[in-house]
Write a protein that binds this ligand. Structure first.
Ligand code: NAD
Ligand code: ZN
Length: 358
């Protein structure tokens, strides 16, 4: 059995209280093997993606607050270096490369878990929100929920599949669409959105990407979007989409972090269309005409990350090269700058933090 040397201290990016700047702590304690509880594992991380959810958590702009002090992050990949004593029937072992997703753990026995909605488990533990996440070198996670990473995908390419990829993969899976259907993706140039363009193409859908700026336009078209709409320039999104699709889109998967991305979605869907709500502005409400929602038989569905099986399926598609994360690598100490870029809407695709660079 592999034997790993585990240091007592490490580098971690800490948010001391909601709204505080990131503090890089070079002496943050690492749990020893003896301190791990049954079912827990310690993962030495290679890297972690930075999701807009981490920014919401650091700012505290959601109705439910994150724990503080907080180490954010939920798109991590690394090696299992320790497992808690008395862990029974672990599906993973020391030395395995695994992914850490938003849903760190769930009870696996309640009605929600049994029905495959593990993310709705009342005992769910959330990486980088209710438990410390992947913006550190060593993270404590849970053997039942870590995602095995296939050998043929590098860690930095796999990282953002674990939240951004899994989330849009599941949203598209439940979007009630068939090959050849039109799907509108507001937020298409962002972390979730650029993967949604690709998972939609894998499913044979025709993509209308909605976002703003030349860099995001170029990225979306390169990744397979058939049409591009710049939401800052287009005067009438509803008539533009209705005309492109000859009567309205079959689905919209909204991944913008502001309420504006949701506006008009019901209006540009065709009868029988499905609105998948994914982006998580903390205070915005969804406005839709009740009359037209009924008259057009529209479905409005919330879609929240994914379960263990969604994670395995999303990673498998990426490992086979059908979906690729478009990312730039930065050191952990740049996290505050990454958040600034995210607030300004300047990041096309994703930023992945290299945890070997402190
Ligand atoms: P991101 O910042 O990388 O991308 C958001 C994109 O939306 C940006 O490219 C931005 O330009 C675009 N945008 C802003 N306003 C728009 C508008 N009016 N129309 C079209 N596009 C617009 O963020 P991300 O990491 O992709 O996350 C997006 C949102 O999804 C966040 O709110 C995040 O918390 C949420 N999220 C939800 C889940 C879930 O399970 N439902 C999972 C992960 C993230
Ligand atoms: Zn996320």
């Amino acid at each position: 059995m592999a034997n790993f040397v585990i240091p007592k201290f490490q580098t971690a990016a800490v948010v001391d209280h909601s709204g505080a700047d990131i503090r890089i702590d070079h002496e943050f304690p690492v749990k020893s093997q003896e301190e791990l509880l049954p079912g827990e594992c310690l993962v030495k991380l290679d890297c972690s993606g930075a999701c807009h959810t981490d920014l919401h958590a650091a700012l505290g702009d959601w109705p439910i607050p994150a724990k503080t002090p907080l180490i954010g992050g939920h798109e991590g990949v690394g090696i299992i270096v320790a497992i808690g004593n008395n862990t029974a029937h672990s599906p993973v072992k020391l030395g395995d490369r695994v992914g850490i997703k938003w849903l760190a753990d769930s009870c696996l026995n309640c009605e929600d878990c049994r029905k495959g909605r593990e993310q709705n488990c009342k005992e769910a533990k959330l990486s980088g929100f209710t438990v410390d996440g992947t913006f550190q070198e060593y993270v404590v996670s849970f053997v039942n929920h870590v995602t095995p990473i296939p050998a043929n995908i590098p860690s930095d390419e796999a990282a953002s599949v674990l939240c951004a990829g899994v989330t849009v993969y599941r949203a598209i899976k439940y979007s009630q669409t068939s090959p050849g259907d039109w799907i509108v993706l507001p937020g298409a140039g962002g972390g979730l959105g650029h993967l949604a363009v690709q998972y939609a193409r894998v499913r044979g859908l025709r993509v209308i990407a909605v976002d703003t700026g030349d860099a995001k336009k170029e990225l979306c078209l390169k990744l397979g979007a058939e049409k591009w709409i710049d939401f800052m320039e287009c005067k009438d999104i509803v008539s533009e989409i209705t005309s492109i699709t000859n009567g309205g889109a079959h689905s919209a998967v909204v991944t913008s972090a502001s309420g504006a991305g949701y506006r008009q979605a019901v209006d540009y869907l065709r009868p029988g269309g499905t609105l998948m709500a994914v982006g998580l502005p903390g205070k915005a409400t969804l406005e839709a005409s009740i009359w037209f929602t009924v008259f057009k038989s529209i479905s409005i569905l919330g879609s929240y990350v994914g379960n263990r099986q969604d994670a395995v399926e999303a990673i498998d598609i990426a490992a086979r090269g059908q979906v690729k994360v478009h990312f730039t690598t930065k050191p952990l100490k740049d996290l505050e700058n990454v958040y600034e870029g995210m607030k300004a809407g300047k990041i096309a695709g994703r930023i992945v933090l290299d945890l070997a660079q402190k």
